[in-house]
Design a binder for this molecule. Structure first.
Ligand code: NOJ
Length: 544
């Protein structure tokens, strides 16, 4: 069974990034193997059978995106790198990493590494050199500017984490730029040596077997060469330190970023089928524009629009219709959650989170699942004394902590949810005894069972992986419906999603059988007739 599964999957004519469901692992919180309360690489290795064991018992994902595991002082939990060529000791060693890659590949799982290249840690030797004097040859590797005559920062740019994006270095009396924490100085992407180093870094990890990269903070990599002030949004002028008060038209998303895509995709090309995902928060047209910036088809920007979109079937339909049509041969990406945003189920509720799962896993493109989403993990309330997130610790704004969405994975009913034998670095959810993998595996109606069924169905369905998408008129503004079709396949797949907390009768000119319902009440293979009543917040997949 195990072997035949892999043999079957080896013959994929489509590249992995067109077929795989991607699972995001936040390493500190996935599985601790050495009893220090922090997740690590060996912990992930031990849990690989959960991700993919070649049978439908496992989750069935095809790729893993690992949040940063490089050497870091952890001011921003790995997004502040002090050595791009090594693994932080809290996570393990390069040897462990090699074993992880081997283990993943054996299971036909690709690995996407986080690439944090907008900034380094202030503890990185490059920055130490750079800040040592104005004439040091690495001075220009970062962005240094003189103060204004009154001693204030060179312009009005603010950091994503609040407050000025500039910090003065008393040694040389110049400001350095940091679009995030002061401990994360921005690299200068106009410096050719920096670009050369970045190419080396990519190459190093490609040689170690990495299949793709997730480029952190892409829109921040380059700023306006003239350092012009960002435009202030009028109504919000009252808080000059707040990121939301500016348009960031000079500090982010500059047209010069095309060069960066070029550098990264051409370096990655050395290994066939390498895929790059860029972290950018863009609206539909900006996204499409980004796909068209470069001829390579082996990259995509993250599409985070589902995270912020109002819960409305008409808006969802409009977005997917336009996105799918405008992208043509490109790979769309879909995301409902990540380590920077409140958890899906806490933004919505369980019923709607199930509808989201169905939508995510039945659209064309690359679906991303944030660890724990598949069991319905919720945001955990973190007491002030337990806050770890550097953003929350430095920000003056309330409620910005990202810790609630980063708590330990809930594996079973054992102490600390089976995550660690020691007190975990962030508290475990109090409801872990009911909401955990072991319990949900036994319940065919659980969130986990829904995710597994949808993922395996998708893995075995060329129609879902590469078929075309066409939305349909459902007769109700609250029901988003679409049909997936593949040339040469008689069968088509109809998906109907009820966005309303109420029953809706619909009449659709198709006959078929219902394969799944998000309510779990409709058994497989139930007949779908033209007149159907959809339950409140129900999603169904129908073969027609
Ligand atoms: C985006 C990452 O997702 C986030 O966690 C991090 O704090 C910032 N970039 C800075 O690297």
């Amino acid at each position: 069974m195990f072997l035949s599964f892999f043999r079957k999957n080896k013959k994929q004519p489509l590249p992995w990034y067109k077929t795989s469901v991607v699972y995001q692992i936040y390493p500190s919180s996935f599985q601790d193997s050495n009893g220090d309360g922090v997740g690590d690489i060996r912990g992930i290795i031990n849990r690989l059978p959960y991700l993919q064991d070649g049978t439908e018992n496992s989750l069935g994902i095809g790729a893993v995106w690992l949040c940063p595991i490089y050497t870091s002082p952890m001011k921003d939990f790995g997004y502040d790198i002090a050595d791009f060529y090594n693994i932080d000791s809290r996570f393990g060693t390069l040897k462990d990493f090699d074993e992880l890659v081997l283990g993943l590949h054996k299971r036909n799982i690709k690995i996407i590494m986080d690439l944090v290249i907008n900034h380094t840690s202030s503890k990185h030797p490059w920055f130490k050199e750079s800040r040592s004097s104005k004439t040091n040859w690495k001075r220009d590797w970062y962005i240094w500017r003189d103060p204004k005559p009154d001693g204030s920062p060179p312009n009005n740019w603010v950091s994503v984490f609040g407050g000025p994006a500039w910090t003065i270095d008393p040694e040389t009396n110049q400001y350095y730029l940091h679009q995030f924490l002061p401990d994360q100085p921005d690299l200068n992407w106009r410096n050719e040596y920096v670009i050369y180093e970045m190419q080396n870094i990519l190459q190093f990890w490609l040689e170690r077997g990495v299949d793709g990269f997730r480029v952190d903070a892409f829109g921040h990599l380059l700023e306006d060469g003239l350092f012009r002030d960002d435009v202030v949004i009028k109504d919000q002028k009252n808080n000059i330190d707040d990121y939301a008060s500016y348009m960031h038209n000079y500090s982010t998303n500059r047209p010069e970023l095309t060069r960066v895509i070029d550098v990264l995709t051409s370096t990655a090309k050395q290994k066939p089928d390498t895929f790059i995902v860029f972290e950018t928060y863009l609206d539909l047209h900006q996204l499409v524009n980004m796909y068209n910036l470069h001829e390579s088809k082996q990259y995509a920007p993250f599409n985070f629009n589902f995270i912020s979109m109002p819960w409305n079937a008409v808006e969802y339909r409009k977005f997917v219709d336009d996105f799918d049509k405008l992208l043509q041969n490109h790979t769309p990406t879909y995301v409902f959650g990540n380590h920077d945003r409140p958890r899906l189920i806490s933004r919505l509720d369980e019923k709607r989170a199930r509808v989201c799962a169905m939508l995510l896993l039945t659209l064309r493109g690359m679906p991303f699942i944030y660890y724990g989403e598949e069991i319905g993990m919720e945001d955990v309330t973190i007491e002030k004394k337990d806050i770890r997130d550097g953003f929350a610790l430095t920000s003056l704004l309330p409620g910005v902590s990202r810790d609630p969405a980063r708590t330990p994975m809930q594996w079973n009913t054992e102490k600390n949810a089976g995550f660690s034998t020691y007190t975990p670095w962030l508290p475990v959810a109090s409801n872990y005894e009911e909401m955990n993998i072991e319990v949900e595996e036994k319940n065919p109606q659980s969130m986990l069972s829904l995710y597994k069924s949808l993922i395996h169905y998708r893995n075995n369905s060329r129609i879902l992986q590469e078929g075309s998408y066409q939305s349909i008129e459902t007769g109700s503004p609250d029901i988003f419906g679409y049909i997936r079709t593949l040339r040469g396949e008689k069968k088509r797949i109809l998906v109907l999603l009820n966005f309303k907390d109420g029953e809706i009768k619909i009449s659709i000119p198709h006959l078929g059988k219902i394969i799944f319902s998000t309510t779990g009440d409709v058994a497989r293979n139930t007949i779908f007739s033209k007149e159907t009543t959809m339950c409140p917040y129900e999603g169904i997949v129908v073969e027609i």
